[in-house]
Write a protein that binds this ligand. Structure first.
Ligand code: PLP
Length: 456
């Protein structure tokens, strides 16, 4: 087989500012060892997130110039609406400034005290928006999905027997809707199978509970289905995508992921009453129904991005380039969540630095060292992001301690990734030297964005 090449040429470039390990030690100190507080200019390779970091295409940029900025009924809105309907088939398309704005609107309407929202695994903003409404966010990952060392095709799946038991125990009337996150971001970027989506829908249908997709990475999930699920190898990706959406009643979407733009999102759904309520809230909090917190030019870029994301040469390259990073570091012994996910590699910090206990934030210590050694910015997904305290102030840790290396779409070349591999192998060889951290200041919600750390 020939090398899978980047399916694009580079027309516009941004310089990278080089720094030394000594300079980066100082940068880390000033940022309180929190990658979110590091200035982006001080980062060599930025793998903090794949959200809003995509390189847009020449056609998207020309769409930016062509955007119609009419307050109501802009041409760009109708192009956007058509593009979303083309993939989802949903009746109502409501633009929002990003994914969490769609979540906020949805859960303000359906959430509230005494309600429960199940999901395979809630993403952090989804969980916060559910809980902010007064409802409870509950996760149903499969047992395989909880095991970083287990190699499976669809580790993002919903645990259907557990979901069924939960519905029986809780009562369907307390569950206004069920979410399914594709791919399962917090669960390691792992895909959900078509069979699992279909069966989740079938179960919910029996109880009259609507299914909503958290559809941020629908195209990456669809391509995993094409590569791994029997019966889909010869189907065009667009057909797989449409089948996925056909099993759900609506979706929330961050266009900053699989719509290849820097800002945007939407809520799309079939129910007329829910759509009317959502549009009323949209007007109060986001903007009029045909722009919803976005400029006409943003809507143009999303519409174009939603076409480009379905290019199978792009998706082949995308999944392959993430897997390439994963395979090379696995070969060097680095423990990761296997197999590699669609948008990121997740280091398994529990096995990487077993000498650092969860309450000394093993993932954060790796994040800090990757930056110091190589100027690579990553993010902890473990006790920092999801840790809670019990009544006595003791940390309750989530099941996994991970470090996410998210790969921005169409941004870095293979040599950038080769450099990341070299740094990772170097840090892994010195892993016994890594030390834990303690938190010296933190916010009550989404603490990982602003927490300040100190080395132990
Ligand atoms: C990014 C993301 C969101 C939130 O979207 P924003 O655009 O960042 O507000 C929700 N769910 C998942 C799975 C995500 O990856």
């Amino acid at each position: 087989m020939k090398t899978i090449i980047e399916p694009f040429k580079i027309k516009s470039v941004e310089p990278i500012r080089f720094t030394t390990p000594m300079e980066r030690e100082d940068i880390l100190l000033k940022a309180w060892y929190n990658p979110f507080m590091i200035h982006a200019d001080d980062v060599l390779i930025d793998l903090l997130t794949d959200s809003g970091t995509s390189a847009m295409s020449a056609k998207q940029w020309s769409g930016i110039m062509d955007g119609d900025e009419a307050y109501a009924g802009s041409r760009s809105f109708f192009r956007f609406e058509k593009a979303v309907k083309n993939i989802t088939g949903y009746k109502h398309v409501i633009p929002t400034h990003q994914g969490r704005a769609a979540e906020k609107i949805l859960f303000t309407i359906v959430g509230g005290k005494g309600k429960f929202i199940p999901n395979n695994t809630h993403f952090d903003t989804t969980r916060e928006n559910v809980e902010f409404s007064g409802a409870d966010a509950v996760d149903f990952p499969t047992d395989e999905g909880k095991r970083p060392d287990f190699i499976g095709d669809f580790k993002g799946n919903m645990n259907i027997p557990a979901l069924k038991a939960f519905i029986e125990a809780t009562g369907a009337s307390n569950i206004p809707l069920c979410m399914l996150t594709i791919t399962n971001n917090s669960g390691g970027g792992q895909p959900v199978s078509m069979a699992n989506i279909r069966e989740t829908k079938k179960l919910l249908q029996g109880y009259g509970i609507p299914l909503f997709l958290d559809a941020c990475r629908f195209a990456e999930n669809a391509f995993f289905i094409k590569l791994r699920e029997p019966g889909y190898a010869d189907k065009p990706v667009i057909d797989i995508v449409r089948e996925i959406f056909s099993y759900a009643d609506g979706c929330t979407m961050s266009a900053k992921k699989d719509a290849l733009v820097n800002m945007g999102g939407f809520l799309a759904l079939n129910d007329d009453t829910l759509a009317r309520n959502a549009r009323n809230l949209l007007i109060v909090t986001e903007g009029f129904t045909t722009y919803g917190g976005l400029a006409g030019r943003d809507l143009e870029a999303i519409a174009q991005g939603l076409e480009e994301i379905l290019d199978e040469h792009y998706l082949t390259y995308r999944l392959r380039s993430v897997a390439y990073l994963g395979e090379k570091i696995i070969a060097g012994g680095v423990p990761i969540v296997e197999p590699p996910g669609g948008h990121a590699i997740y280091l398994d910090a529990k096995r990487f630095v077993p000498h650092i206990p969860p309450d000394q934030y093993p993932g954060q210590s790796i994040v800090v060292e990757l930056f110091r050694a190589g100027g690579i910015r990553s993010v902890e997904i473990g006790s920092v992001m999801f840790g809670k305290y019990d009544k006595s102030g003791k940390l309750i840790s989530p099941p996994m301690e991970l470090v996410r290396l998210a790969i921005p779409r169409r941004v870095y070349t293979q040599s950038h990734i080769d450099y990341v591999i070299e740094i990772l192998l170097d840090v892994y060889s010195r892993r016994k030297e890594l030390r834990g951290l303690r938190i010296v200041e933190e916010a009550p919600i989404l603490r990982h964005f602003t927490a300040k750390f100190e080395k132990i």
